[in-house]
Design a protein around this ligand. Structure first.
Ligand SMILES: Nc1ncnc2c1ncn2[C@@H]1O[C@H](COP(=O)(O)OP(=O)(O)OP(=O)(O)O)[C@@H](O)[C@H]1O
Ligand SMILES: [Mg+2]
Length: 463
């Protein structure tokens, strides 16, 4: 989590501006009921119209100021949170680029996508609400109560009691949604995983007429998500009318207690309106901040999921003294040697490769032939270090590939995967993917060299 908060650092002053503007807006909002009370007490009740116009003008001015400060606070808050989300997305993406294949398998690509999209959006929204609602809420409540006490001390106490009771009830109902929020994230992960499988496996699904089965599988995952979402919404369905009811009960209390005070001549009628306004504003602020408070654990679990991605040390890393372009093997002779190589996939029961040794000499074409699942692609994947060998070594021109930087190693390899993958663009742009500045002649030659759909590692720059 610390790492995530660290990304906020460059925007701390923008965040301070957002909170300050929100506070100014809150002060404007809290200032209005007092003016309103004066208009009634000193103007309307006494028939002093010039006073009514003067104070009415003041109200208008404060209302405009309130609007302007609100816009400013929203702009600053959105600047902070959007920039933070952009930086976080970039960091997660850059980190994921460093992952080796087995690191990707740890999370699953669907979960990585959910983390980079949905989770970051939730964190961004929560930060926005924290800046605009939660941080200014205590000040707003205290200032509102002080103003209520100033109007009438007993009424201030009545209001404080109403606020504490309403806040307590809202919290006890709302906190039931916290574990549900966590479950929602897991269900969303499942949903994305199934959707990804269905979209990428559409040919297999059609070939075996499994559309109905997949429909049911996806439907059941949607239902799981929907059930939890309904449970969460049920809590809010109870919470919001309860809050409205409690606010109305609070207003009735103020009317009752205030009515007695007015009849005793201790308080004027305009002050009752002001107190009702204070109460409504404070209760709104308190309940909104309770809602934000409930979002925090959800954002926290998203933050933890993102920290997992950012904190993972990639399994395959360059050695400190890895050979780079300047220091690397030269001249290139391109001899590839497997020496007693053994390899087992993580969580697999048996090794795929057992003490494999062979040499592919420069200028030679080496074909690896074997049955399905015998490990041909695995051999190919070990050469660019998509996975690292468990035992033995792979050498290029006598140098262990683990002593080369990954960048240097891969720049020496031309690789055509078994399963074709095309990026959006033209065939030419796809052929040029590994060498953007390739000339047309080189590009056409590469297309001619292309062996079709079977696996082939060709003798490019290095091997
Ligand atoms: N990422 C992986 N995690 C776990 N096991 C894997 C992984 N990739 C392949 N395997 C398993 O390793 C074995 C060798 O797979 P590999 O893809 O290397 O075979 P292959 O010889 O290329 O097969 P084919 O002729 O079908 O292309 C298979 O049993 C396969 O199921
Ligand atoms: Mg294969």
């Amino acid at each position: 989590m610390k790492k995530l908060l660290h990304l906020m650092k460059p925007y701390k002053w923008t965040a301070v501006c957002a909170v300050l503007f929100t506070l100014m807006n809150n002060i404007c909002v809290l200032y209005l009921p007092g003016v309103f009370a004066k208009i009634i007490n000193k103007g309307a009740l006494k028939g002093d119209m010039p006073y009514v116009y003067k104070m009415g003008g003041l109200m208008l001015l404060v209302a405009v100021l309130s609007g302007v400060t609100y816009i400013a606070s929203a702009i600053y808050a959105s600047k902070v949170t959007s920039s933070f989300a952009r930086d976080l997305r970039r960091s997660v993406f850059v980190k994921a680029q460093e992952y080796s294949m087995s690191d990707y398998q740890k999370f699953g690509s669907a979960s990585l996508i959910t983390r980079c999209t949905n989770d970051i959006t939730i964190i961004q929204r929560s930060f926005m609400m924290i800046l605009q609602m939660l941080l200014p809420a205590p000040i707003m409540a205290v200032v509102g109560l002080v103003l209520a006490f100033r109007t009438n001390a007993t009424m201030g106490l009545v209001m404080a009691a109403i606020i504490v009771i309403t806040g307590g009830i809202a919290f006890s109902i709302g906190s039931k949604a916290i574990p549900l929020f966590r479950q929602l994230q897991v269900k969303m992960d499942n949903l994305t995983r199934i959707l990804r499988e269905i979209i990428s496996g559409v040919r297999v699904i059609r070939a075996f007429h499994r559309e109905k089965y997949e429909e049911e599988r996806f439907g059941s995952s949607c239902k799981d998500y929907c059930d939890i979402a309904i449970e969460t919404n049920k809590i809010f369905a109870v919470l919001l009318p309860t809050l409205t009811l409690l606010t109305n009960l609070g207003i009735i209390c103020i009317l009752l207690f205030g009515g007695v005070k007015v009849s005793e001549g201790i308080m004027q009628i305009g002050s009752i309106f002001a107190l009702i306004e204070y109460l409504t504003i404070i209760l709104f602020t308190v309940t909104m901040s309770i809602l934000v408070f409930m979002e925090i654990p959800r954002a926290q679990s998203c933050g933890e999921r993102l920290s997992e991605v950012l904190d993972l040390e990639p399994e395959i890393q360059d050695k400190e003294n890895a050979l780079t372009q300047d220091s690397a093997l030269s001249p290139i002779r391109a001899q590839l040697e497997f020496r007693n190589v053994s390899f087992r996939y993580t969580n697999a029961e048996e090794a795929v490769l057992n003490k494999i040794s062979f040499t592919s000499k420069a200028g030679e074409t080496t074909a690896i032939i074997g049955g399905t699942g015998s490990g041909k692609s695995t051999i190919a994947n070990l050469i660019p270090r998509f996975f690292d060998v468990d035992e033995g070594e792979i050498l290029i021109d006598g140098v262990d590939i683990r002593n080369l930087s990954q960048k240097e190693l891969r720049s020496r390899i031309g690789f055509i995967p078994q399963k074709t993958f095309l990026f959006r663009g033209t065939i030419a742009s796809n052929i040029r993917y590994g060498k953007e500045d390739a000339s047309d002649t080189e590009m056409i030659q590469a297309a001619k060299n292309s062996p079709g759909s079977y696996l082939h590692i060709f003798h490019g720059k290095g091997i």
